[in-house]
Design a protein around this ligand. Structure first.
Ligand SMILES: [Fe+2]
Ligand SMILES: [Fe+2]
Length: 178
């Protein structure tokens, strides 16, 4: 699958989860936490494959604009990781829980707009269809590996907030952008 199609599908899947969350009642705390955990694991897996495969490919393009958009996107990822960690520490019956989720959704939407705009157009201008297909396949593979690693995290829904994060940490590969 073309890399940009794959990433856009991921964006839409996360957006559907946010909609699902928005439709919950604040009293439905365990369901709310479950949806949040899904959003968190989806977003984290998505960001990691972008950082491991897609961003380095765009970073290597002979385009200052491309490198600048990747740098900005990496900053977004850091901010999103921070928000995810912060919400993960909250109790779902916290009166601010819904508001923090709404803030997270806004930040994700802004980031997605920037990716699908500037970043994707740089990729489409400078990369061939074959290259985009190859990057898509690479990301699908990495995504499956992350999904295997993250399966325990979903099973631990309801466990102390730190459990999933601690288990996920060793899987993180540093961004290989230069
Ligand atoms: Fe993305
Ligand atoms: Fe991203």
């Amino acid at each position: 699958m073309n890399a940009t199609t794959l990433l856009r599908n991921d964006h839409q899947a996360v957006d559907r989860l946010f909609t699902q969350f928005a439709e919950t009642s604040p009293d439905d705390t365990s369901y709310r936490r479950l949806i949040f955990r899904l959003i968190k694991s989806e977003l984290e897996a998505h960001s990691r494959v972008e950082e491991e495969v897609f961003y380095p490919a765009v970073m290597r393009l002979r385009s200052a604009q491309a490198r600048e958009t990747v740098r900005a996107a990496l900053e977004d990822h850091q901010a999103l990781d921070g928000l995810l960690a912060e919400i993960d520490q909250m109790e779902p019956d916290d009166p601010q829980y819904g508001a923090r989720l709404a803030a997270l959704r806004q930040s994700v939407e802004r980031h997605v707009l920037a990716e699908e705009g500037a970043l994707f157009s740089e990729a489409r201008i400078h990369l061939t269809d074959e290259r985009l297909e190859a990057l898509g396949r690479q990301m699908e593979l990495r995504r499956k590996e992350h999904a295997v690693g993250g399966a325990g995290e979903l099973e631990s829904v309801g466990a102390p907030a730190s459990a999933g994060g601690a288990g996920a940490a060793p899987d993180r590969t540093p961004v290989r952008v230069r």
